[in-house]
Design a protein around this ligand. Structure first.
Ligand SMILES: *Cc1c(COP(=O)(O)O)cnc(C)c1O
Length: 368
């Protein structure tokens, strides 16, 4: 049987990506600037409903520059969602700051607003960094209100949630800064890349400056700050412009995948899904289930799928129990630990057919 992937790159049938890339070749704009970079920034910002964007080499770079833009530096505290990919937390440490990890809420993958309030009783952070895990929105309105009350900037790691809409607003557009990733397995991809977005024009200008080695506007090469080589290339941005045209199709297919799994496994009592909230249109980047059983473990299901050449993956291991981060404080932790123990990310590749989905459902049903 042909391999079924967790989430693989899916270029448009129309070949939009190649048209933009070809144009870059034809005009010899094979550079980390040019029409595709400008176009990708403008088109994404417009779609997300935000004023400014800068295209970068990765989502991780975008998180790094967002932290710098809100002034995070040596010794500062940053409240960070524990249940996430390590790329969320690493840039905090790049800046010599200290993460304090905050647990998820029962029934939601993301940061628990109550625990966030609790953390504010103990620490005065320089920033709050939340995630919209697996394409499901955090309770971002509540979290934003808490941040505003304490006058602390909010950064949204929306790497997994491009296209997710909560209360009529796109995730990534709620906070002071938002970031997206276009890594190979994200809902749209440029092979690798990221975007930093904000309504703060000055902040985005500053991020562009840091991303191009912090070169001062002098004829000679003048440097007064440490910079980075973080800009996206004009070739890569061409892929991104093409991919944006099919984002809505990808969201619809991801939603279809989630609903097919949910329906196909609805009668198995031990299986549950964390669904989108009321007033949410999730992108369901990865369909993820939870198993509550003494007999069936996530490993058994992942092994059974692997046997059939089907890729699946455990839920992210929370940051507060990662050896590299365990020396930092955390608030709560049991909820994300339980998700880690009981969760499986099912294959959610937008190229999967309904027959593929049915096969996955039957393999899982066969174990119970
Ligand atoms: C993928 C991902 C990132 C990092 O994005 P890159 O483009 O791979 O650097 C950050 N946070 C989360 C939650 C992600 O899933």
């Amino acid at each position: 049987m042909e391999r079924i992937f967790l989430s693989s790159p899916h270029m448009s049938d129309e070949g939009y990506e190649q048209e933009y890339v070809q144009e870059a070749f034809d005009t010899n704009w094979i550079a980390p600037l040019g029409k595709n970079v400008d176009g990708f920034e403008e088109e994404l910002a417009e779609m997300v409903g935000i004023d400014h964007a800068t295209a970068l080499s990765s989502g991780t770079a975008a998180i790094h520059l967002a932290l710098k833009a809100v002034g995070v530096g040596e010794g500062d505290i940053v409240f960070c969602q524990s249940l996430t990919f390590s790329a969320t937390a690493n840039p905090i440490v790049y800046e010599g700051a200290k993460p304090v990890f905050i647990d998820s809420e029962p029934g939601n993958w993301n940061m628990d607003p109550k625990l966030l309030e609790e953390a504010f009783e103990k620490y005065t952070p320089k920033a709050v960094l939340i995630v919209h895990l697996y394409g499901l929105s955090a309770k971002i309105d509540e979290i934003k209100a808490i941040c505003e009350k304490h006058n602390v900037p909010l950064i949204e790691d929306a790497a997994e949630s491009l296209g997710t809409i909560y209360k009529d607003q796109w995730t990534g557009a709620f906070g002071d800064y938002g970031i997206f990733s276009f890594n190979g397995n994200k809902i749209i991809t440029t092979s690798g890349g990221g975007m930093l977005v904000s309504n703060n024009e000055e902040g985005i200008q500053k991020a562009k400056f840091w991303a191009t080695q912090a070169r001062e506007p002098e004829r000679h090469y003048q440097h007064e700050e440490i910079g980075y080589n973080y800009r996206m290339s004009n070739i890569v941005a061409g892929i991104g412009r093409g991919q944006l045209k099919v984002l809505e199709d990808r969201v619809q297919q991801k939603r279809h995948i989630f609903n097919t799994y949910k329906k196909g496994l609805a009668d198995i009592e031990e299986i549950s899904f964390i669904d989108e909230m009321e007033d949410e249109r999730a992108n369901f980047w990865l369909s993820t289930l939870l198993i509550d059983s003494d007999e069936v473990t996530p490993t058994m299901i992942m092994d059974a799928l692997k046997e059939e050449n089907i890729e699946s993956r455990p839920v992210w291991k929370p940051m507060h129990i990662q050896p590299v981060f365990s020396k930092y404080d955390s608030v709560g932790g049991e909820v994300s630990e339980e998700y880690f123990e009981k969760g499986i990310c099912l294959p959610s590749d937008t190229k999967m057919t309904d027959e593929d989905l049915e096969r996955v459902v039957q393999i899982i049903r066969g174990i119970f």
